[in-house]
Design a protein around this ligand. Sequence first.
Ligand SMILES: Nc1nc2c(ncn2[C@@H]2O[C@H](COP(=O)(O)OP(=O)(O)O)[C@@H](O)[C@H]2O)c(=O)[nH]1
Ligand SMILES: [Mg+2]
Length: 431
Amino acid sequence: MSNSNINNTRNVAIVGPYSSGKTTLLESILFVTQKISRKGRIEEKNTVGDSSTEARDRQMSVELSVADTEHQGINLTFLDCPGSVEFVQETYNALVGAGVVVIVCEPLVDKVLTLAPLFKFLDDWEIPHLIFINKMDRCSYGYREILQGLKAVSSRPLVPQQYPIFQGEQCIGYIDLVSEQAYQYHPQQPADPIALPADLAELEQITRQEMLETLAEFDDHLLEELIEEIDPPQTEILQDLKQELGADLIVPVFLGIAGDDFGVRPLLDALVKEAPSPEVTAQRRGLDANAAKIAGDTIVQVLKTYFTAQGGRLSLVRVWQGELTEGIILNGERTSGIYQLRGQQQTPLSSAPIGSIVALGKLEHAATGDTLSSATDTIAPLPQAEAIAPVYALRSHLKTVRMRSNLAVPWVNFWQKTRPYIGNNTAIPAR
Ligand SMILES: Nc1nc2c(ncn2[C@@H]2O[C@H](COP(=O)(O)OP(=O)(O)O)[C@@H](O)[C@H]2O)c(=O)[nH]1
Ligand SMILES: [Mg+2]
C-alpha cells in the first residue's frame, strides 16, 4: 500500500452470477493498472482471482479472492466473490466489509432476474453498488431493453453513465453521458475520443436526460436547473453521482468487454471519483472514525477465514476503526503478521489503516463474521451477514471414542473451513 491516507483506500467487491466475467474483470483491472504484466485466462487456469488449485481445476471461483492495486493515487482492494449459489454465504460475509460493489452481469434480459437476491441483500444493507454490463461483444438485445430489464430488479433507480456505440454487431466504443464525449475502444490502449455518431444523438440525449432527472430527484438545485433548461456543469453532475452513490440512492451503470480490457479504465475512473471513502462507509455502519481516533481503539471484522498450506490460519479482516499495527492484540489474542493479499501471494505489512482489507495470521479463536477489537472492554459486535440455509449437509459418524479424540482437531478445522457452504456440520458423538 503506497498511500496510507484515510481517504486513499477503497474496497470494491465484484459480484454477479456465475460466468458473468468477474474474475476476468479483476484480471483486466490488474493488467491495466500494471500490477500484472501478462493477463491470465480462465481457460488457461492462470488468473489471479482463481488462484486456488480447486478453482483452477473447475475453471470457476470457489472462494473469495482478494487483490489490491492502485489507480490515480487511490489504493483499491478488490474482492472477487464467487457467483455460484453454493457459495453465496461466502459472498454475503465479504460484502459486509465492502465500501462499494460492482455487479457484473451479461447483456441478457432473461438472465437479469437472477440478480434479484443480490440486489435485495445490497439494499437491505444499504451498500452502494453499480452495474458493469460485461460481454458487450455478445449483445443481442438493444441497450435500452437491457436497462429496462435491470430496472425491474433494482429498487434503487438506475443511472446509465454510458451509451454503447455499435458498428454492425460489434460494440466498438461508448459515449460518456456526463461529458457527452464519444470514445472508440482500442486493444491494449485507452479508448480514443471520437466525434459523437450522428445516428446516436437522439438516443444519447434521451438517456442523458433520464440520468439528470434521476439525479435531480435527490438534488433540488439540479432540479431547478433542469426546469429552467440550464445545462448543469459537469462538476455538479459528478458531485451528485458521488453523493448519491455513496448514500446508496442510485445505481450507476457502465458497460464493456472485460475479456478485451474495454470499458475497464472508465470503470476504474468512476470508482476513484465516485466511490465513498472509508469514513463515509464507517459512518453508515454507525461507527465514527474520529471518535475512534480519540479513544485509540481498533475495530476489525472477519470477512473470511483461510486455511493455507504454508501459513496455517489467515483471517481476512476489514479495518472499521483505528489502525492495525504489528503484533496488535485483538480480543485477547496477539496477531502474528499483517498481510496484503493478491491471489495466493502474501505481502507482509507493518500497519494497515482504516478501510483496509488485509489478512491477519494465527488468530485461532476468530471466526468469520466476528468483530475483533483492541479495547480492553467488550464492545458491541458489528452486524454479521445472516446465516442462510446451506445447499448441502454433512454428517460424520465416529464409531469409537478413540476415533473421536484423534479426529477432534481436524474435524473442527474442517468444520470451520466448510461452514459457509455446508452449514453447521455435526459429528455424531461416539457411544
Ligand atoms: N465474449 C466474452 N467472454 C468473456 C468476457 N469476459 C469474460 N468472458 C468469458 O466468460 C467466461 C467466464 O468468465 P469468468 O471471469 O470466470 O466469470 P465469473 O464466473 O463471473 O468469474 C470465461 O470463459 C471468460 O473467458 C467478455 O467480455 N466477452
Ligand atoms: Mg470467478
